[in-house]
Ligand binder design. Structure first.
Ligand code: BGP
Length: 479
């Protein structure tokens, strides 16, 4: 049973997202998204690159696809920038904007690369933030439907795999980085869960649209997912890990697959005044908008311990510098759980626990619970890569990370887990969500710095050649 081959048609590729890679932020009719504004602020306060140029994929996409083809990609996961297509969020379509995605998708198909399209990856049109505070307002759901309906109709005969909203659970944790939240509202933590509820509605609508419009289409959310281990085997820590699992993971998966909110998590949120306001018909809609698969973004596992009732509520910290240990604090949900560092695991420079077995664990756990196929839409190692004098990038640490995660995925598959595709983060270097461009993930090096976009020249890292071999051997040669 063990060591079977990958199934016929298994897809190998990598991922990106629009605002992190495209650039051309205000080109050919595109208007700002909230990420253009958030990243402008990060530039001013922390010196990180803006999203203005990013990796300039907008102007390099044919060259980038040629490199993907050279690596042997059979799939590519990317997102569509809503404000490129509808600069005002709704209203008239921007012809030049939609043409970019027509060209991109046609170029992929011409090269035998199956597109996996994400409808929303953090970049709400700024016009909708100005108009009604974006995701904070339920009005956004109707506007999302307008946008999603157009995109799905446009590409229904070319795109089979659709992911709806990227990483809702991460949006709840890091809401000011993923959404523009006015300062005056930032102390109201209930709004995090309200935003999530609006996204659940938008997700369900997108699922229904794919089911209605796309022949043989498959749809699911892309969730940022981490298994939660108890810090010790003390029963109170094990219970805390269960609580954290319910609130971080079950709370999303149960919506996607069962159309219900996980009861334990909901009761906890209600007891703290954090629960979302739900309107009549909402839960019926969530049941109708069922998912066909789950797309997982897996980077790290988490660890939890018991949290006394009298602790103060707080959400996850961020490591802004890439100096190990500089993460500014852990989430605390009083009386439920608090997150902590796992002393058994090494971390990246940004304090993310490196844990390939965690991938095998969640694959087994999710598949056995929900019995739906899985896709890896992100998995990867952020690092300070060095361009050496020989014009090479020797990123053996990334190769090691990916090799161990591919092995873990395969082990889960050998125990029956159905996996459609593996798309590590990221195809090429791009703008990190919270650490500028110096934190790199790509197989393709993009020659730029936070201060200077230069010409964004593309170079092949050592991992490029390694992944080429992996794909060529259909996952069998990992050396
Ligand atoms: C995920 C996001 C991506 C990506 C990745 C790495 O949460 O979906 O957009 O950026 O994480 O995170 P970061 O860029 O913060 O290193």
């Amino acid at each position: 049973m063990i060591n079977t081959k990958y199934p016929e048609g298994f897809l190998w590729g990598a991922a990106t997202s629009a605002y992190q890679v495209e650039g051309a932020a205000l080109t050919n009719g595109k208007k700002a998204s909230q990420q253009d504004i958030i990243n402008q602020e990060n530039y001013e306060t922390r010196g990180f690159a803006t999203a203005d140029i990013a990796s300039d994929h907008y102007h390099h996409f044919r060259e980038d696809i040629a490199l993907m083809k050279e690596m042997g990609f059979t799939t590519y996961r990317f997102s569509i920038a809503w404000s490129r297509v509808f600069p005002e969020g709704v209203g008239p379509v921007n012809e030049e904007g939609i043409q970019f995605y027509r060209d991109l998708i046609d170029e992929l198909l011409k090269n035998g690369i199956e597109p996996i399209v994400t409808l929303y990856h953090y970049d709400l049109p700024w016009a909708l933030v100005r108009k009604y505070n974006g995701w904070l307002n339920r009005e956004v759901v109707a506007d999302f439907e307008y946008y999603a309906s157009y995109i799905i109709e446009e590409f229904k005969n070319k795109v089979k795999y659709w992911t709806t909203i990227n990483e809702q659970s991460i949006i709840v944790q890091f809401w000011t980085q993923k959404c523009f939240i006015p300062k005056t509202l930032q102390s109201n933590n209930q709004l995090r869960y309200q935003i999530n509820h609006h996204m659940n509605l938008a997700h369900a609508i997108a699922c229904k649209l794919v089911h209605e419009k796309v022949p043989n289409g498959l749809v699911g959310a892309a969730i940022g997912y981490a298994p939660v281990y108890p810090l010790t085997s003390k029963p109170e820590d094990v219970m805390a890990a269960q609580n954290a699992h319910d609130l971080h993971n079950g709370y999303y998966l149960d919506i996607y697959f069962k159309g219900i909110y996980t009861k334990s998590a909901m009761i906890y949120l209600e007891s703290k005044g954090l629960a979302p306001k739900i309107e009549p018909g909402d839960m019926e809609l969530m049941k109708e908008g069922y998912s066909d698969f789950l797309a997982l973004n897996y980077y790290a596992s988490e660890c939890a311990k018991a949290c006394p009732e009298e602790e103060e509520l707080r959400f996850a910290g961020v490591n802004w510098t890439g100096v190990k240990g500089a993460m500014d604090g852990h989430e605390r949900q009083p009386g439920f759980f608090q997150m902590c560092t796992n002393p058994n695991l090494d971390t990246t420079d940004w304090d993310w626990a490196i844990d390939p077995t965690g991938l095998e664990y969640i694959f087994r756990d999710i598949y056995m619970r929900y019995n739906k196929p899985l896709i890896i839409t992100e998995n990867g190692l952020g690092a300070f890569d060095q361009l050496t004098e020989d014009g090479r990038i020797h990123d053996d640490y990334r190769i090691n990370y990916l090799r161990e995660h591919i092995k873990a995925m395969k082990k889960a598959m050998d125990f029956g887990v159905e996996v459609i595709a593996y798309c590590p983060w990221s195809a090429m270097d791009l703008l990190s969500t919270s650490n500028g461009v110096k934190k790199r993930y790509g197989f393709i090096y993009v020659d730029r710095t936070d201060d200077d976009a230069k010409e964004c020249k593309r170079l092949k890292k050592d991992s490029f050649y390694w992944y080429q071999k992996v794909i060529e051997s259909n996952g069998m040669d990992l050396d």
